[in-house]
Design a binder for this molecule. Structure first.
Ligand SMILES: Nc1ncnc2c1ncn2[C@@H]1O[C@H](COP(=O)(O)OP(=O)(O)OP(=O)(O)O)[C@@H](O)[C@H]1O
Ligand SMILES: [Mg+2]
Length: 322
């Protein structure tokens, strides 16, 4: 699928070397695994720790992230931003009832992820990239649309939420694969390796290329210089996994095996941020329209989320995107 002629959107980087905040993308192939629950909880915890945090609903077309913050956040959102080229992004960043947390609501009507034009996508990516804050947490759509992949790739921290169900794990691997090949596509053109890669793919049966990691080895063999650079770029792609809705010890043990498979298959680093218990309090809080973290600070789930948020709070700011 990587051979298809798609263009990686790089335009948002024009003139900028690094984002004005730490950008955290929360993605995952399957719907309903807990991306919105996790991104809203993480944003609330970072804000609670005193970081200037923006939570952005990029699940265009099915935006419902505001429900995790409880109250309706009034005012303009991404829909208006996309429709009105004169509107500045600052004008769609809304205050929330929570200290240090601001919110950008998604486009529930008029736009969905597949309907964005190239200029709209670039403008939105530039805005996210250049908005000054400590953290911008981006809640992404399910699926692996090109725009979703580009949002994911532009982030400094690439979080993938999955549940222990086989279908969710399968979708998570497909999502990783789609991310991998989209990034590869961008760098192969940059390094002049397009023909070499196409040749290798055509011969993959004979050469025994079974995984993206095998492919990278072969490129390095055929084109030592470009191949080494490509490997270097691809190794900068680090997935950070959150295993959500775990119900047993057995479920928790899946985390390390996902990490190992990911490393072996892609040859890129993959970290397990942690697992989150399945807890009825999540839907109870949603129904009460109160964030779980506010109402259930004694729960195990709270301490699991708190531990994960530390992983973000302790890193140096504004690392360059590669
Ligand atoms: N740890 C958990 N324990 C119990 N229920 C959970 C947990 N995490 C999420 N849920 C429930 O799962 C459902 C889906 O969660 P969420 O909306 O966060 O998923 P999503 O990945 O954002 O879905 P979509 O792709 O449709 O946007 C919600 O009803 C939520 O209450
Ligand atoms: Mg969601």
């Amino acid at each position: 699928m990587w051979i298809e002629n798609t263009q990686y959107d790089f335009s948002y980087l024009r003139g900028y070397k690094q984002p004005a905040s730490v950008l955290i993308a929360v993605g995952g192939g399957k719907g309903g695994v807990g991306k919105s629950f996790f991104s809203s909880s993480l944003a609330l915890l970072l804000a609670h720790r005193g970081f200037d945090t923006i939570l952005a609903d990029l699940d265009l077309g099915a935006a419902n992230l505001h429900t995790y913050l409880g109250e309706k956040i009034e005012g303009k959102g991404i829909n208006e931003y996309l429709l009105n080229p004169g509107l500045r992004f600052e004008e769609v960043i809304r205050p929330t009832p929570y200290a240090n947390l601001r919110f950008v609501s998604g486009a529930s009507e008029g736009h969905n992820i597949s309907g964005l034009t190239q200029p709209q996508r670039s403008r939105l990516m530039s805005a996210l990239f250049n908005t000054p804050a400590d953290f911008v947490v981006m809640d992404l759509s399910a699926g692996a649309h090109d725009t979703t992949l580009d949002f994911f790739l532009m982030a400094n921290r690439k979080v993938l939420v999955m549940t222990p169900e086989p279908s969710s794990m399968e979708n998570a691997y497909s999502f990783m694969k789609a991310v991998f090949y989209r990034k590869l596509k961008r760098h192969e053109a940059q390094l002049g390796l397009t023909d070499q890669l196409a040749q290798l793919m055509a011969q993959r049966q004979e050469l025994g290329i079974r995984t993206p990691a095998d492919l990278l080895q072969w490129v390095a063999l055929k084109e030592p210089r470009g191949g080494a650079q490509l490997k270097h770029f691809m190794q900068a792609l680090k997935f950070e996994i959150v295993l959500n809705q775990t119900r047993s010890m057995h479920d928790n043990e899946l985390g390390p095996s996902v990490k190992a498979v990911c490393k072996k298959y892609f040859g890129t680093p993959c970290e397990l941020l942690g697992h989150l218990d399945y807890d009825n309090a999540v839907w109870q809080a949603l129904r009460k329209r109160r964030p779980l973290l506010i109402d259930y600070p004694q729960s195990r789930l709270y301490s699991q989320l708190f531990a994960i948020s530390k992983e973000f709070a302790n890193v140096p700011f504004k690392r360059a995107v590669v």
